[in-house]
Design a protein around this ligand. Structure first.
Ligand code: SAH
Ligand code: SF4
Ligand code: F3S
Length: 440
C-alpha cells in the first residue's frame, strides 16, 4: 500500500506516544507521513476526553473534514482514542459524522491495519470498540517523532478511580510492562542517540504492584545505570504512593532529573476525600518536605482542579494556601469538567461556572507569580540545556534544563539533541533567554 498519512493528537503524553505507535503501524503498511491533512490519504484523530473542551475540540476538527472528504472521495478518516472508548460515543460520532470511515478505541489500536484493510474492501464504516482484555503489549513497532526525547510506557490504565476522572473507564485496569522489556527499550533508545527518556504511566509509583518483578525506584536505578549521557524523567507520580525509596533513587542518580510532577488537585482535606485521592493536605506537605530534605533544589510541579462539586470559598482558600506553602515551579490548573459515568458527576452542588472562573483566575495569578520568581533567580546563571527544537517564529533554538525550565538561545548550526551550557540573560515569565557559552 502507498499513500500519505496525517495524525492529529489530543490529550496527554500517553496519547502522543500512542500516536507514535499508530505512525509505526501506518509506516509498516507502506504509508508515509505528510505535513498537512489536505495532502493525506489517511487522516487519523487520536482523541482525548479528560475534559469537555478536549471533546469539543475534536468534534470541531472532525466536523471541518466534510469538505475535504467531498473533494477527495478516497480519503480514509479514522477516529480513535479515549473519547471513542466511552460507552455510546462511537455511535454518536458515527451519526453526527457519517463520513468518518473507521472508529476504534484505546484497546484495539493494534488492529488498525486490519481495520483499514476491511474498510478498503467495503463501503460502509468500520466500527470496532473492544473491552480491555488486560493484556500488555511488548516490543511494538513505533515511529518516534519526539527526538531527542523517547517516551516509554511502563504502565497502562489506572486503578485509582479519582471521583472526577474518566481515565480508568477508558484505559482499563492498571497493568505493568515487564521490567526486562522496558530496560531493553531504554538501552536501545540510548544506543540510537536519544538524549532523554521519559517513563510514562498514570501512576508510575505503583509500577509492578502485585507482581514479583522489580518496583519503580529499582527500575529507575537500572535505567540510570545504562552507559551514555542522557536524562531520565517520569510521569505521573500519585502522591499517595510517592515513597522515600523513590526520592533516594532520584537523589543518588545524576541522570534522573531533579524534577517531580506531583499532582495535588486540591488543598482542602474535605475535597481531597470527595475526590478519592487517599491523602490529606498534611500527608502531601510531608512528602514535599521529605523531597526537599533529600533534594533541596528539586523542582516540583502539579495539577490543580478548581470548582470540584461542593468546593466552597474556604476550600479554595485552602488550595491557595497550599500552593503558597509548596512554592511550585509551575502548575497546570483546570476548571472541573463533568464527566459522564464518574462518581463526581452524580454529586450535588456542582459549582457555577462563573465562580470557578473567578477562582481559577486568582490561582493562575498566584502560580504565575511563583513561576516568575523562580525564573528571575536564573538570571546570570549558566545552566545545562538539552536542545529540543527550533522556534521558527522566534528564529531561536529552545531546550530545557533538568528542572524542566525552557530556555531560548541562538545558534548558526543545528543544535537539536545537543547538551549546551547556556548563560541566562533574560527571564520572561516562564521561559528564559540566554547565550551558548560551552558545547559538550
Ligand atoms: N494520572 C495523572 C493525571 C491524569 S489527567 C494523575 O493522577 O496525576 C491530568 C490531569 O487532568 C489531572 O491531574 C487532573 O488535574 C485533570 N483532570 C482529570 N479529570 C478532570 C476533570 N474531570 N475536570 C478537570 N480536570 C481534570
Ligand atoms: Fe485519573 Fe486519578 Fe487515575 Fe490520575 S490517578 S488517571 S487522576 S483516576
Ligand atoms: Fe490521556 Fe486524555 Fe486519555 S488525558 S489517557 S488522552 S482521556
Amino acid at each position: 500500500m502507498s499513500g500519505k498519512y496525517f495524525i492529529t493528537t489530543y490529550g496527554c503524553q500517553m496519547n502522543v506516544h500512542d500516536s507514535e505507535r499508530i505512525a509505526g503501524i501506518l509506516s509498516g503498511m507502506g504509508y508515509e507521513a505528510c505535513d498537512s491533512i489536505e495532502q493525506a490519504d489517511i487522516a487519523v484523530f487520536n482523541t482525548c476526553c479528560i475534559r469537555e473542551n478536549a471533546e469539543n475540540h475534536a468534534y470541531g476538527n472532525i466536523g471541518m473534514l466534510k469538505k475535504l472528504k467531498q473533494a477527495n472521495r478516497n480519503l480514509i478518516i479514522c477516529v480513535g482514542g479515549c473519547m471513542m472508548q466511552q460507552i455510546g460515543k462511537a455511535d454518536i460520532l458515527h451519526k453526527k459524522f457519517p463520513y468518518v470511515d473507521i472508529i476504534f478505541g484505546t484497546h484495539n489500536l493494534d488492529n488498525l491495519q486490519s481495520l483499514i484493510e476491511k474498510k478498503l474492501a467495503q463501503k460502509k464504516a468500520v466500527i470496532e470498540i473492544l473491552e480491555c482484555d488486560g493484556s500488555v503489549k511488548e516490543d511494538e513497532a513505533m515511529l518516534r517523532s519526539s527526538y531527542p526525547n523517547a517516551w516509554i510506557n511502563i504502565t497502562f490504565g489506572c486503578n485509582n478511580f479519582c471521583s472526577y476522572c474518566i481515565v480508568p473507564y477508558v484505559r482499563g485496569r492498571e497493568r505493568s510492562r515487564q521490567s526486562s522489556f522496558v530496560i531493553d527499550e531504554a538501552r536501545e533508545m540510548v544506543a540510537e542517540g536519544y538524549k532523554e527518556i521519559t517513563l510514562l504511566g498514570q501512576n508510575v509509583n505503583s509500577y509492578n504492584n502485585g507482581t514479583d518483578d522489580i518496583k519503580f525506584p529499582e527500575l529507575l536505578r537500572r535505567i540510570a545505570a545504562i552507559d551514555g549521557k542522557f536524562r531520565l524523567r517520569f510521569m505521573t507520580s500519585h502522591p499517595k504512593d510517592f515513597s522515600e525509596d523513590l526520592v533516594r533513587a532520584i537523589a543518588d542518580n545524576e541522570k534522573i532529573c531533579n524534577c517531580v510532577h506531583l499532582p495535588v488537585q486540591s488543598g482542602s482535606d474535605r475535597i481531597l476525600k470527595e475526590m478519592n485521592r487517599k491523602y490529606t493536605s498534611g500527608d502531601y506537605l510531608r512528602k514535599v518536605e521529605m523531597l526537599k530534605k533529600y533534594i533541596p533544589s528539586c523542582a516540583i510541579t502539579t495539577d490543580i482542579i478548581v470548582g470540584f462539586p461542593g468546593e466552597t470559598d474556604e476550600d479554595f482558600e485552602d488550595t491557595m494556601r497550599l500552593v503558597r506553602t509548596v512554592g511550585y515551579d509551575s502548575a497546570f490548573t483546570f476548571v472541573y469538567s463533568r464527566r459522564e459515568g464518574t462518581v463526581a458527576d452524580r454529586m450535588p452542588d456542582q459549582v457555577p461556572e462563573e465562580v470557578s472562573k473567578e477562582r481559577i483566575m486568582r490561582l493562575i495569578d498566584l502560580v504565575n507569580s511563583q513561576t516568575r520568581e523562580k525564573s528571575a533567580t536564573y538570571i546570570g546563571k549558566t545552566v545545562e540545556i538539552l536542545c529540543e527544537d527550533y522556534d521558527d517564529r522566534k528564529g531561536m533554538y529552545l531546550g530545557r534544563d533538568e528542572y524542566g525550565r525552557m530556555a531560548y538561545f541562538a545558534s548558526d548550526q543545528n543544535e537539536i539533541g545537543n547538551f549546551l551550557d547556556v548563560k541566562i540573560e533574560d527571564a520572561n515569565g516562564i521561559s528564559l533567554k540566554g547565550e551558548i557559552v560551552n558545547k559538550r
